[in-house]
Design a protein around this ligand. Structure first.
Ligand code: SF4
Length: 294
């Protein structure tokens, strides 16, 4: 008996573009890119049903290597425009992608307020612990003492403890994976898209060109998925295992609180409305005003 082909889609190929990838060989972006397409396909979301927002960085070049509604904005500012789009049309799943450089320096204020506001978007941190696009300068997440292009004698500053920092803001969703584990990233992205509020997803990304310390091999040896007995509702324990990377780097869904309403749910002005702000925008004919500029 032959199995009928599912022709309804979507399929992974629907997310493809003809634009060639420009990432270095073995860059972790390839794995993350694959997992995003896999997750969206498995959720049966078509490219025209999702918005993918990109910060500036090597990963940001993904914006034209994937078919969807995409937005490629200013450095460090991916969260505000992703959140704005989501609030205007909450029916559309919105994913925002940013690097560790942008997210923990230029854009760190946006990250703080996104977590405390519980904006209903997914934020994926491409954490390669350096500014790859601009040729390997140290970021706030580069390991202290590492020699980088901008600091050949080693980084004098302490590494920002990003997981402890994120947990200090009382997030409602924290997950971690690494760019070599496509099945795990796929599952995490799917769960994150279904989360009610702000989903923080830290992807430890290999950057073979500039990151010579947290390499693919290192991450492969140190990353360890949390077991089935891990209680994702236990904030204290999740924080402890997220922060302590001395023996293992625990990966998977670390923490989720499903009870906290999202920012949108808390907006009194939106409560009870069946329409979205996008649908309510009035069409205004500006052709008369434009004549003076012609
Ligand atoms: Fe990837 Fe690093 Fe090359 Fe950028 S510099 S494309 S992050 S390997």
């Amino acid at each position: 008996m032959s199995i009928p082909l599912d022709t309804s889609g979507p399929f992974m190929k629907d997310y493809a573009t003809e634009t060639l990838c420009t990432w270095c060989d073995n860059c972790g972006d390839y794995g993350i890119w694959t997992a995003i397409k896999q997750a969206l396909t498995e959720l049966r979301l078509h490219p025209w049903q999702v918005l993918l927002c990109y910060d500036v960085g090597c990963h940001g070049n993904m914006s034209d290597k994937i078919t969807a509604y995409t937005f490629h904005g200013l450095h460090g500012r991916v969260i505000p425009f992703a959140a704005g789009a989501k609030l205007a049309n909450p029916r559309v799943p919105v994913m925002a992608f940013g690097g560790d450089g942008a997210s923990f320096s230029e854009g760190v204020g946006h990250l703080v307020h996104a977590i405390r506001s519980n904006y209903p978007i997914v934020f994926v941190l491409h954490n390669n612990a350096n500014y790859g696009l601009t040729t390997g300068q140290a970021s706030a997440l580069t390991w202290q003492g590492q020699s980088m292009n901008s600091s050949p004698n080693g980084i004098p500053e302490r590494t920002l403890p990003s997981m402890d920092f994120v947990f200090s803001l009382e997030p409602t969703f924290v997950a971690r994976s690494f760019s070599g584990d496509i099945p795990q990233m796929t599952e995490i992205f799917k769960t994150a898209i279904g989360h009610r509020g702000f989903a923080y997803v830290d992807i430890l990304q290999s950057c073979p060109t500039y990151n010579k310390f947290a390499t693919h091999k290192y991450l492969l040896e140190h990353c360890k998925p949390v077991g089935p007995d891990h209680d994702t509702s236990d904030f204290k324990k999740a924080r402890a295992i997220a922060v302590d990377t001395s023996k293992h780097i625990f990966t998977g869904l670390l923490y989720q609180n499903k009870d906290v309403p999202s920012y949108y749910e808390q907006l009194k002005a939106r409560q009870g409305l069946k329409t979205t702000a996008v649908e309510e925008v009035k069409k205004i004919d500006v052709s008369e005003w434009m004549k003076e500029f012609v």
